[in-house]
Design a protein around this ligand. Structure first.
Ligand code: G1P
Ligand code: ZN
Length: 545
């Protein structure tokens, strides 16, 4: 096998964000762009000789071409084994499961998550470490530093490889192993949940579900697990064939983008009992009942409160964690259970140490992400199976489970307003100016409430002591209400400003309000304080979740 050393010049923009390096497809298509970043990773990881690497992606446009290049570079780098999902497919949680199961050095996942795909869409690369989770910041910083000095990369001179057939092919010293992308993941799910019990509900005709794979990676996983293994009726999985452009859609499971599913779930008495959707790479989830939306923050809280009822979590939870902007609903569950609740910066990579150190068993983010210690990524189908198992155990509707939860713990009204594609400099200034106001806020009254604290969130990792600063402006009130501002770290066009608003309502008589209505005063305060509309030039948010 010939290995070529190719001269290159560094790019200055290969800085990974909240979740890997994410850019427009055209950026990745520039000569050497992908190769430079992959070589930067390979130069920073431990000695690859003889080690196993996992590789797969969400099937979006450019996935196949990128995988062929990475195979050749992995062969040149000296890896011993490369496990690639058949057809180049591996969902993010499945990749995490495979890395863990086969004790790989790490894995490369090609995805831009929920961002649109196709030639005009986005592409991305994430590197996951041996625990199956996203590389921590010290690693992503190292990749970035390396990328700015790189002047050569190495690639094997071999023809493209057939990725359609499961099996092993030698490439020099490398064994290329094409794996069934679903098998290991499905086996893990069977170990965590009571498939027999869920199956009985389907058999008895007591459970009708719809899962929207949004033409993204979860299609094959959902067809195998939900329809084949669990016996959901054919057609329960919608949009189940992955497409390179996600059928022209925006594979983000929320009320704005999963419209078709939302329509079905709102469709009168005959609507399915349970609806769910996942995103481009399969790590996000949205849960719906009949005419009922479960906010991701509530979903996390309900799951934590009920975990002990499910086979995989019978021993109870060691602790829980949520990202800072996620609602405090799960904090109340933790308090009741007498376990710790950790508040981390946004992004799954911050949960890794807590999970590895067994400080937490379950964690989640308001951005439609929930997961547990079974992998080191958030996991969309896992959350769906968790809910199905819970429905089978409690034999109640989704709505009645959530309402009972609110009665027991109180309700955290919660919403996120996104201002997308805002001018980067202006968005930066807005946040800077807010930071300047923070010191004067504690003790002050804003509307009906008194400010208890106002700060720029910083996190000290309790396991390795690393400090992460500037993770969002928080304003907390005496009654637990919060207003948070942060700039997105995953966008590829201009800046995305996120406003998160939350308030706690202990009284069940107050649990029936419409969310935006219930949060109206706080939203107004947030908009005034930040001069949001004037500064962004927008009359309202692009997306409300
Ligand atoms: C967004 C979400 C965050 C999530 C990330 C990757 O990041 O807000 O919770 O971990 O996508 O799915 P952001 O764009 O806000 O930086
Ligand atoms: Zn995702």
């Amino acid at each position: 096998m010939d290995i070529r050393t190719v001269d290159t010049t560094p790019f200055d923009d290969q800085k990974p964000g909240t979740s890997g390096l994410r850019k427009k497809v055209a950026v990745f298509q520039q000569p050497h762009y992908l190769e430079n970043f992959i070589q930067s990773i390979f130069d920073c990881v431990e000695e690859p000789r003889g080690k196993t690497l996992v590789l797969g992606g969400d099937g979006r446009f450019h996935n196949r071409a990128a995988i062929q290049t990475i195979i050749k570079m992995a062969a040149a780098a000296g890896f011993g084994r490369l496990m690639v999902g058949q057809g180049g497919i591996l969902s993010t949680p499945a990749a995490s499961a495979v890395i863990r199961k086969y004790r790989a050095l790490g894995g490369i996942i090609l995805s831009a998550s929920h961002n649109p795909g196709g030639p005009g869409g986005d592409f991305g690369i994430k590197f996951n470490i041996g625990n199956g989770g996203p590389a921590p910041e010290k690693d992503t910083e190292a990749f970035f530093r390396r990328s700015r000095q790189l002047n050569q990369y190495r690639i094997a001179d071999v023809p493209d490889v057939d990725l359609e057939r499961v099996g092993e092919t030698p490439l020099g010293d490398l064994v290329l192993q094409v794996i069934d992308p679903v098998a290991d993941y499905a086996e893990l799910m069977e170990a965590l949940f009571d498939f027999g019990r869920i199956n009985s509900m389907f058999e008895a005709g007591m459970l009708d579900i719809r899962f929207d794979a949004m033409h993204a990676v979860t299609g094959p996983y959902a067809c195998e697990i939900l329809e084949k293994r669990l016996g959901a009726k054919p057609g329960s999985v919608m949009n189940g064939v992955p497409r390179e452009d996600f059928g022209g859609g925006h594979p983000d499971p929320n009320l704005a983008h999963a419209r078709e599913l939302v329509g079905i779930m709102n469709g009168g008495a005959g609507a399915p009992h349970f609806g769910a959707a996942s995103d481009g790479d399969g790590d996000r989830n949205m849960v719906l009942g009949q005419r009922f939306f479960v906010t991701p923050s509530d979903s996390l809280a309900v799951m934590a409160a009920n975990a002990h009822r499910l086979p995989g979590y019978r021993m109870g939870l060691a602790g829980v964690a949520r990202s800072m902007p996620t609602s405090q609903a799960v904090d109340r569950v933790a308090e009741r259970l007498g376990i710790e609740c950790y508040e981390t910066p946004t992004g799954w990579k911050f949960f890794g140490n807590l999970l590895d150190a067994k400080k937490v068993t379950m964690c989640g983010e308001e951005s439609f992400g929930t997961g547990s210690d079974h992998v080191r990524e958030k996991d969309g189908l896992w959350a769906v199976l968790f809910w199905l198992n819970l429905l089978a155990i409690r034999n109640e509707s989704v709505e009645s489970i959530v309402r009972a939860h609110w009665r027991a713990f109180g309700r955290n009204y919660y919403s996120r307003h996104d201002y997308e594609g805002v001018d980067g400099a202006r968005a930066g200034e807005l946040v800077e100016d807010l930071r300047d106001k923070l010191a004067g806020l504690p003790g002050k009254r804003l509307g009906e409430r008194e400010v208890r604290y106002a700060d720029d969130f910083a996190y000290t990792d309790p396991v390795d002591g690393s400090v992460t600063e500037h993770q969002g402006v928080r304003i907390g009130f005496q009654d637990g209400a919060r207003i948070i501002f942060r700039l997105s770290g995953t966008g590829t066009e201009g800046a995305t400003l996120r406003l998160y608003v939350e308030r706690y309502e202990p009284d069940p008589a107050g649990h029936d309000q419409e969310t935006q209505e219930a949060l109206k005063e706080l939203i107004q305060i947030a908009e005034n304080l930040s001069e949001l509309r004037e500064r962004t030039g927008r009359s309202g948010p692009t997306v409300i979740t």
